[in-house]
Ligand binder design. Sequence first.
Ligand SMILES: Nc1nc2c(c(=O)[nH]1)N(C=O)[C@@H](CNc1ccc(C(=O)N[C@@H](CCC(=O)O)C(=O)O)cc1)CN2
Ligand SMILES: Nc1ncnc2c1ncn2[C@@H]1O[C@H](COP(=O)(O)OP(=O)(O)OP(=O)(O)O)[C@@H](O)[C@H]1O
Length: 212
Amino acid sequence: MDNHPSSNSIFDKPSLRREMRRKRRALSPRQQKQAAQKLKSTLTLSPLFNRSKHTAIYLPNDGEIDPTRFISMLWKSKKRCYLPVLHPTKKNCLWFYHYTPKTILKKNRFGIPEPSIKNKTRISPWALNLVLFPLVAFDKQGGRLGMGGGFYDRTFEFTRTRKLGEMGTRTQLYGLAHHFQKVEALPVERWDVPLHGIATEKQLFFTRQKQH
Ligand SMILES: Nc1nc2c(c(=O)[nH]1)N(C=O)[C@@H](CNc1ccc(C(=O)N[C@@H](CCC(=O)O)C(=O)O)cc1)CN2
Ligand SMILES: Nc1ncnc2c1ncn2[C@@H]1O[C@H](COP(=O)(O)OP(=O)(O)OP(=O)(O)O)[C@@H](O)[C@H]1O
């Protein structure tokens, strides 16, 4: 048990990443569907998600928990959602583009569908009210392990320094994950952007970074 990622805080990042990715890819379509339905209920019931006008989400890849049911809900309630697009020049940085049922998507170099940058519907990251982060592992302190490129950490670096967004509000940063992706504690790196909370198919965690 000592060597199990959920009980061990000193687990090297590459092994933890490999193990968690393997586990989430091994979920059956039925398990994925159930998790996605429960996640949608959790998100829809929370005032935090209802309050957000501009929400950044992602399209599922590599066994990630599927937030597309929540996207449909946002569309129905006339709220705006945005998808990450790999920055054309700035290394490992993200842009965010408006996503509607009409948006034409094209696969990026990782095979993840993204809107074309010809759309001219880009939003500044600090204008987003809420960002739902994909992640490989998380802890309840708000620590996050991603795919390893530092894409999200670079893009949301401003949240560590410039605290308020354009409207004087803070961009809320929440992770989405399967419950088993929770570990006791992740090592915190200098560049890590802490999450305000994490939503899984089982529950919603609020971390110390929570802002009212
Ligand atoms: N759904 C989703 N979208 C996302 C991310 C994510 O984690 N999930 N990202 C979060 O950062 C960004 C893309 N980052 C990614 C980084 C690595 C790999 C990946 O699969 N890497 C391969 C090897 C690299 C290759 O194919 O050249 C691997 O590790 O197997 C995928 C996405 C933006 N969009
Ligand atoms: N704000 C930043 N400025 C410069 N380099 C950064 C920044 N954030 C991350 N990096 C670099 O990115 C690399 C990957 O970081 P890390 O392994 O923590 O990524 P991750 O959080 O797992 O990935 P992602 O954010 O893409 O999901 C590190 O080598 C780090 O040096």
